[in-house]
Design a protein. Structure first.
Length: 119
């Protein structure tokens, strides 16, 4: 084997390793983004279940927002639907959660859940 053949072989190996490194980096970012979206979904479901269980006369049954943990923001709206009256009033509940990773939003802008609730 000549020196030129060895240098060409090293160049091919280096290119293959760089491609592998790029794939691993993208894979890591995808897993991290998936974890952030999963976390956002869990927090959105948690607030949705709370809003579905609290009485409509409770002061906590209202629009709001919070930060359940670092880099996770959550907001919710409670809106009456149509011209319904007690005891058959309907409410639209919307919860939106945004999880960011290292200060940047990942994946979709956030998770938004919506449901209807009777009084």
């Amino acid at each position: 084997m000549t020196l030129m053949e060895v240098l060409i072989a090293i160049a091919f190996i280096a290119i293959a390793l760089l491609a592998l490194l790029a794939m691993l980096s993208n894979g890591y970012n995808s897993v991290a983004a998936g974890g952030s979206v999963s976390k956002a979904t869990d927090y959105a479901r948690q607030e949705m279940e709370f809003l579905k269980s609290v009485p409509v006369t409770d002061a906590r049954f209202a629009n709001g927002n919070d930060t359940p943990e670092a880099r996770v923001t959550r907001s919710w709206t409670v809106a009456p639907v149509g011209a319904t009256v007690t005891p058959n009033r309907l409410w639209r509940l919307t919860v939106t959660t945004i999880a960011s990773q290292t200060g940047q939003a990942v994946g979709s802008p956030g998770i938004s859940l919506e449901t209807m609730r009777a009084e």
